[in-house]
Design a protein around this ligand. Structure first.
Ligand code: SF4
Length: 128
């Protein structure tokens, strides 16, 4: 696998770049991370994805943190509500990349953005 063409890498440590061979459309709804490979992993088929901690503070703002809204959300809001939930995959210096990821998700026609940790995905929008 080429990590420099991995959407998870590119939307986090990769500064939201789109390298040769990829297109914006390929990023689909992903705003921070991807982890589709976790769905394909045979070992994970035995895992119950309904188990785990619900991040209530994210659920409370789910209707606000939709991809279309990121250009109006303040830096302060994102620094306090989103960046800490990315498990150090995004830092304050990455706000521009986060907004670029959100704009791409919205341009791809996605009402909800997704993260490897489901940041920005309102309750019930998770894949089964
Ligand atoms: S499925 Fe996995 S390897 Fe492929 S882009 Fe997503 S995170 Fe990267």
């Amino acid at each position: 696998m080429n990590p420099f063409k991995c959407i998870s890498y590119l939307t986090t440590f990769g500064n939201s770049d789109v390298p040769d061979g990829l297109t914006d459309e390929m990023y689909d709804e992903w705003m921070c991370g991807c982890d589709n490979c976790q769905d394909a992993c045979p070992y994970n088929r035995r895992h119950d994805w309904n188990k785990g901690e619900v991040l209530k503070e994210l659920e409370d703002i789910a209707s606000v943190i939709l991809p279309d809204n990121y250009d109006t959300l303040t830096d302060e809001f994102l620094i306090h509500n989103i960046i800490p939930k990315t498990a150090n995959h995004l830092q304050v210096k990455d706000l521009a990349a986060l907004r670029k990821n959100a704009a791409r998700s919205a341009a791809n026609g996605k009402e909800t953005g997704r993260c490897g940790q489901k940041v920005g995905a309102p309750k019930g929008s998770e894949r089964s």
